[in-house]
Each structure stands twice: as C-alpha cells, then as structure tokens.
Write a protein that binds this ligand. Sequence first.
Ligand code: ADE
Length: 275
Amino acid sequence: MKADIVTIFPDFFRGPLDHGITRRAAEMGLVKVDVHDLREFTHDKHRTVDDRPFGGGEGMVLKPEPIFECLEPLALASRERRLTSEKTPGSAKESVILLSPQGERFTQKMAAKLAGLDRLVLICGRYEGVDERVADFLADREISIGDYVLSGGELAAAVIIEAVTRLLPGAVGNEASTRQESFTAQEGGEFIENASTCGSGGLLDYPHYTRPAEFRGMAVPSVLINGDHQEIRRWRRAQALEKTLRNRPDLLEGAALNEDDKKLLLQIKDSRLSS
Ligand code: ADE
C-alpha cells in the first residue's frame, strides 16, 4: 500500500511512523508513506496556508489552492473514477480522505476496508477548518477518529495509518492476534472480517496477565494458573461479558451471544444489583 499524508506539520510524523508496526511494515515493503508539506505548495513569501473565513467568524481556514496543488502530482485517478472504482473489479483502488471532526466515525470495519486499497491520501485539516471545496470536490470522504476536537488531523492520520497497517497481511508478527479479531468480531449484527477491536464475538477483550503470579500483593486469578483450559475459556468469556457490560454496554446489542452467555450476563447483572 502507498499512503500520502498532506500536512502543515510534516515533522509530526517522524515519531509515530518510525516505531513499531508501521516502521516494520515499511521496512518489509508492505507500506510506503510519503509526507507532504503543504507549505511547499504556496506561492507567496510567507508561505501562507490559511486565511480568514468569508462571512466572518472566529479563526482561520485552510486555503484550497495548496491542497489541490499538492495532490495534482500524485497522479491519482479522478475523483469520479475513485468513487466508482469501489464497484469496478480490477481497477486501482484509491481513496482521498479529509480528516476532520465533521467526518464519519472511524471504526475497525473502516480500517479493514481501507486495508484493501492500493493507495490512501490523508489530508490533515487544521485550525478552525478547511475550505469546504476540499471536502466537496477533492476528497472522497471525510473521517473523524472520535467525537472530540483535536487541533488538527495529524494525530487522526497517524491513528488511521497504524490501524490500517496492522491489518496488511504479514504486518503483525503474531498473526493469531489479528486472526482472533478477524473471525470472531461482528458489527451492526453481521459478521465481517477484521471488524472489531474485540476479543471474541463482538465483545471487549478479556483481561490478560503475565509473570509474576503475585506482585505487591496483587495475585493473578488462580483459574489462569491451574491449567484447566476449559475453565480458563469459561472464565475469559465471563470476564469479557462483564467488562463489555461495564465499559461498552452498547456493544452487547450486536454481539454474538449464545445461551450460556445470556445466562452469564443475567447472573452478572443480578450480582451487580445485589452488591
Ligand atoms: N481534526 C480535529 N479533530 C479531529 C477528529 N476528531 N478526527 C479527525 N480529524 C480531526
């Protein structure tokens, strides 16, 4: 996969992309990320990338010209072709994404879709906004990484690159960990590959422990040490259910729950009520 990041802070990406999975994937040739400095596409002495908003109001808006000019040498398919290529087998799969708090919410399902593309272009918004012509005529979609406002799209771009890269075949050393996510997760009630951050069946992951078995008086649950694998599986499932109920009850609606899970959930709810 080839990824291009358009930003006014190119140095920001020195850290996030030069460590861990993204670095390893780049070294293995699975992904190539180019970072483009928007200021190189300005034509004035001050290398101006922003201006005041038409109609008045607070803050500055990123100007459209440098962004359009930055994308031109990338030789992408036209926006129209990009948008239709999703449905045309065999055609180059590219996506131009504007990062902004006004975008669709980024999910693991989206990461899995993006991981199937040949090319990603991530435009980092800044300041109070980006001239809307970028969203309307240049970007194929607008993505937000969550319901909070960052001062720019740089962190969001790094998040997307990391989430997508680790889904590229061969990128994650321990394939079993992505396989577990891949085949058991579901979203919106329907099973999909690479759909979730969840440990199993659309639930949050169960807790993990390692040595020492006792640390400063905090003991690892004894069930994990006894070696009864059926017991361990049952315990992990119960813990995943309990954690999901506590932290993300919304996920339970789309989760694949069997009769035992439903009974367990009722027990957890009852014990909560009585405690
Ligand atoms: N830019 C500012 N906030 C953002 C967010 N939540 N997601 C993506 N880009 C952003």
